[in-house]
Write a protein that binds this ligand. Structure first.
Ligand SMILES: NC(=O)C1=CN([C@@H]2O[C@H](COP(=O)(O)OP(=O)(O)OC[C@H]3O[C@@H](n4cnc5c(N)ncnc54)[C@H](O)[C@@H]3O)[C@@H](O)[C@H]2O)[C@@H](O)CC1
Ligand SMILES: Nc1ncnc2c1ncn2[C@@H]1O[C@H](COP(=O)(O)OP(=O)(O)O)[C@@H](O)[C@H]1O
Ligand SMILES: [K+]
Length: 484
């Protein structure tokens, strides 16, 4: 039996590509795991693992409130209670309903618990040292009902160490959307496999530290819904190289009053190590006061070179970018499409068609959820309700690599399993950081062999900078660039 520590403070740095499993994947693994006669079943193994894990997290706690739901998540809690009781801890076990209505495995756990002489309560205790949240797991289907909802509120109000089994109750394991209320866990022990919902959308805020116990099961590639974006390996910069070896990146953007966005993208491309960076403003009126480093070559959009160029289009593009897009969609060897360029594609079928026809694996689009909603003709809430599906739909619809931004950015490409980026945090939620991502992605796209690699690395590095940001210093987009 072994525990794997995965993430602390909602941020992970996986060295390998860790698989994430949907609820259906987990149930398929469970169904294909043959019980071995005389050996403990999955739920018994889960109970022992949970009890050991909680004790390791809170070795001095005495009074454990084990809040159990009506399904197998509650059965896991009952199994854990048996071990903690045997080890001399005071356990207060609450069940939402009569254990008689539980599924078969959980029902056996409740029978064993009662045989141990442990009382089953139907209310919460007045106080406790540690709570084990065994209310709802991958079977969650709707807003928690009474008494689930009341107990979840009690758990959160008490602000005591809370250890969630499988997922914090109220979190959708597949999508990262939370129902109301949801348990705010100190740590979560994911069983059998890690779930996507722990790493994207609202999930990252409620899980605490994330641990995994596979309970001796193995997943095969068919069981994998998506993966965690792994830590990239730095690209060597050989001695025998020159500026032509590291990519020519051109930023086309910066309409009137929006030039700063294009400058941020250009500076990010420069600091990320592009061989040469061009900046082509859509409108260069009133540029006084916009600091442009002398390393960046200013051009008009019409005088940019074509050969070997990676174009980043759209940062601060307003409506003007729409005039230039047909040209770059046809001619740019590699292309990053951001912000207003995405809005133009959303309303012009000719541009969408030109995007679909581009050479495979040369294009990255970087929508935030609202831009994604415009592209797919739906509401932002529908995008956020299932970010993995939304990113994959964008990739298939527009035949390109997608970075769906936000907490736990999703990277998707046609015919691939998506990746969820495990780095980044709320400090990035300010204007301009998306322009930095676009410029950084442009440089990596000019240097890497595939758009997929470039997008994955770019997301990871961008988020990592925010994760490593000094606590006392405010993060701004221009400061972020200096750390590239
Ligand atoms: N499937 C497996 O392979 C394993 C499952 N295990 C545990 O079993 C859990 C899944 O068990 P279940 O499928 O029984 O699902 P859950 O125990 O997560 O919940 C299902 C029960 O809750 C009810 N319910 C769902 N949403 C509700 C809501 N909002 N308010 C009130 N009631 C609600 C359902 O009607 C059902 O009775 C996992 O999360 C994990 O903890 C572990 O024992 C390890 C192995
Ligand atoms: N809460 C958050 N957690 C992690 N990353 C975030 C969060 N909010 C924003 N980001 C990241 O910050 C960047 C913001 O991009 P965007 O919304 O396009 O802003 P702008 O257009 O102002 O530059 C994206 O890379 C996004 O993934
Ligand atoms: K739970």
């Amino acid at each position: 039996m072994s525990f794997e520590w995965i993430a602390s403070h909602q941020s992970a740095k996986p060295t390998t590509e860790i698989p994430l499993l949907s609820s259906a994947d987990i149930r398929a693994i469970e169904a294909s795991t043959e019980p071995i006669i005389g050996q403990p079943g999955l739920m018994e193994q889960a109970g022992l693992a949970i009890a050991r894990w909680v004790l390791a997290q809170a070795p001095h706690a005495h009074f454990f409130w084990i809040a159990c739901g009506n399904g197998n998540n509650g059965g896991d809690g009952a199994e854990a209670a048996i071990h903690l009781h045997r080890w001399g801890k005071t356990v207060y076990v609450s069940a939402v309903k009569s254990p008689k209505s539980a599924p078969a495995d959980a029902s056996r756990a409740w029978t064993r618990l009662v045989a141990e002489g442990i009382a089953v309560h139907h209310e919460a205790p007045d106080s406790w040292d540690v709570c084990i949240d065994a209310l709802l797991g991958i079977g969650l289907q709707r807003h928690p009902e009474p008494p689930y909802a009341e107990w979840i509120k009690r758990i959160n109000q008490a602000a005591k160490p809370t250890f969630a089994i499988d997922v914090p109750s109220g979190l959708d394991a597949d999508t990262g959307s939370t129902f109301e209320p949801v348990v705010q866990a100190s740590a979560t022990l994911s069983l059998v496999g890690l779930k996507p919902g722990l790493f994207t959308h609202q999930g990252r805020d409620v899980c605490g530290d994330i641990w995994l116990h596979k309970l001796g099961t193995e997943s095969t590639t068919e069981h994998i819904r998506c993966t965690l974006n792994p830590t990239p390996k730095p690209l060597p910069r050989p001695h025998a190289s020159h500026k032509g070896s590291f990519g020519d990146v051109a930023i086309v953007g910066g309409a009137l009053g929006m030039q700063g966005a294009a400058v941020l993208a250009a500076c990010a491309a420069l600091h990320a190590g592009a061989g040469r960076v061009f900046l082509a403003f859509l409108n260069s009126e009133g540029l006084q006061g916009v600091g442009i480093p002398p390393d960046i070559m200013l051009r008009s959009p019409d005088t940019l070179p074509h050969q070997g160029l990676t174009v980043v289009a759209g940062c601060g593009g307003e409506h003007d970018i729409g005039h230039h897009l047909p040209h770059w969609l046809e001619l740019a060897e590699r292309l990053v499409i951001d912000a207003d360029a995405l809005n133009a594609i959303a309303i012009r079928p000719d541009l969408a068609q030109a995007l679909v026809q581009r050479r495979a694996d040369t294009t990255v689009i970087t929508p935030h959820p609202l831009e994604a909603a415009r592209l797919l003709g739906c509401k932002t809430t529908q995008i956020q309700a299932n970010r993995l599906d939304a990113a994959q739909r964008l990739a298939e619809t527009f035949q390109c690599t997608v970075i769906l931004k936000g907490s736990g950015s999703v990277i998707a490409a046609p015919g691939r399993k998506p990746r969820i980026n495990p780095t980044g945090n709320g400090r990035l939620a300010i204007g301009g950081t998306g322009d930095v991502l676009a410029g950084l992605t442009g440089t990596l796209l000019s240097q890497r062999s595939t758009a997929w690699e470039a997008a994955s690395e770019s997301c990871y590095i961008h988020g990592l900078l925010a994760d490593q940001w000094p606590q006392q210093t405010t993060l701004t987009a221009s400061r972020l660039i200096e750390h590239l």
